[in-house]
Design a protein around this ligand. Structure first.
Ligand code: NAP
Length: 247
C-alpha cells in the first residue's frame, strides 16, 4: 500500500484529495493546521470505508512542525511515496500599497517556505539516492501565478509564482532520483478560502467570465492531483495542469 501525505487535508481541495486517494488505495496522512474536527471527519470517513488514514496536526509554515509531521508519518506508515503540497492561505483583498510586513511574512511562510521544507523532508525519504522507493510530489499552485491577482492579492499570486518555479527547478533536480514533481493550478473552486479573502461569494461574481460559466468542485481538482501523483502520469515531470474552467 502506498502512502500519500496531503498537507491542509482537513477541508477543501485537500480533504477531497484525501478521500479520493483512499478510494484509489493509498494510506493517507491527513495534515491540518488547527481544525482537528474537520481532519478527524476526513479520517473517519476513510476508516469507515475500510481505508487507512491518520490525522497529523502541523503548521507547515513552521520548520519544527514540518520535521515532526514527517517523523509522525514515518512512525505511523513506515514509508512515504507521495507528497501533495496543498496547504495554502490568502488574506483579505487589498492593493499592495496597503500590505504590511507581517501579512507578507504569513503568506510567504505558509505558501512557499513551508513547501520548500516539505519537499526537502519528502526527498530525504523518497529519493533512490538515499535508499528510498522514489515517489511523486504534487504542488497545488493557482491560476494567480499567471494573472498576478491585481487589486486582490498580489502577495498570494507571487507566492504561487514561486511555487511554479520551485516545481520546474526541483523536477529537474530529482528526476534521476526516482521523483517526479508536478503542479496543478486551480481557480474558482468552491471552498472556504474565498471567505478568508473577504468575499465568500467571489465565484458567483466572476462566473460569467469563466468559459465554463461555473465554479469547480474540490473533487475536480483532486482528480488532476491524483493523476499526477500516480504512475498513470509516469512520463510527466515539471508540468502544470490548469483546473480553471477554461480561464
Ligand atoms: P481551504 O478550504 O481554505 O482549506 C485550506 C486547508 O489548508 C485547511 O485544511 C487548513 O487547515 C490548511 N492549512 C492552511 N494553512 C496551513 C498551514 N500553515 N499548515 C497546515 N495546513 C494549513 O483552501 P482550499 O481552497 O482547499 O485551498 C487549497 C489549496 O488550493 C491552497 O494552496 C490554495 O491556494 C489552492 N487554490 C485554491 C483555489 C480555490 O479556488 N479554492 C484556487 C487556486 C488555488 P485547517 O482546516 O486546520 O485550518
Amino acid at each position: 500500500m502506498k502512502t500519500i501525505l496531503i498537507t491542509g487535508a482537513g477541508r477543501g481541495i485537500g480533504a477531497a484529495t484525501a478521500l479520493l486517494a483512499a478510494e484509489h488505495g493509498y494510506a493517507v496522512a491527513v495534515n491540518y493546521r488547527k481544525n482537528k474536527q474537520a481532519a478527524d471527519n476526513v479520517v473517519n470517513r476513510i476508516l469507515s470505508n475500510g481505508g487507512r488514514a491518520t490525522a497529523i496536526q502541523a503548521d507547515v509554515s513552521k520548520e519544527n512542525d514540518v520535521l515532526r509531521l514527517f517523523s509522525e508519518v514515518d512512525e505511523h506508515f513506515g514509508s512515504l511515496h507521495c507528497l501533495v503540497n496543498n496547504a495554502g492561505i490568502l488574506e483579505r483583498q487589498m492593493k499592495l500599497v496597503d500590505m504590511d510586513y507581517n501579512r507578507l511574512q504569513r503568506i510567504f511562510n505558509a505558501n512557499i517556505i513551508g513547501q520548500f521544507l516539505c519537499c526537502r523532508e519528502a526527498i530525504k525519504r523518497m529519493s533512490t539516492k538515499f535508499g528510498g522507493p522514489g515517489g511523486t510530489i504534487v504542488n497545488v499552485s493557482s491560476i494567480a501565478a499567471r494573472t498576478g491577482s491585481p487589486f486582490e492579492y498580489t502577495d498570494y499570486a507571487a507566492s504561487k509564482g514561486a511555487l511554479d518555479t520551485l516545481t520546474l527547478g526541483l523536477s529537474k533536480e530529482v528526476a534521476e532520483e526516482g521523483i517526479r514533481v508536478n503542479a496543478v493550478r486551480p481557480a474558482f473552486i468552491h471552498t472556504d478560502i474565498h471567505a478568508d479573502g473577504g468575499e465568500p461569494d467571489r465565484i458567483n461574481r466572476v462566473k460569467e467570465a469563466i468559459p465554463l460559466k461555473r465554479g469547480g468542485s474540490a473533487k475536480e481538482v483532486a482528480e488532476a492531483i491524483l493523476w499526477l501523483a500516480s504512475a498513470r502520469s509516469s512520463y510527466s515531470t515539471g508540468i502544470f495542469i490548469d483546473v480553471t474552467g477554461g480561464k
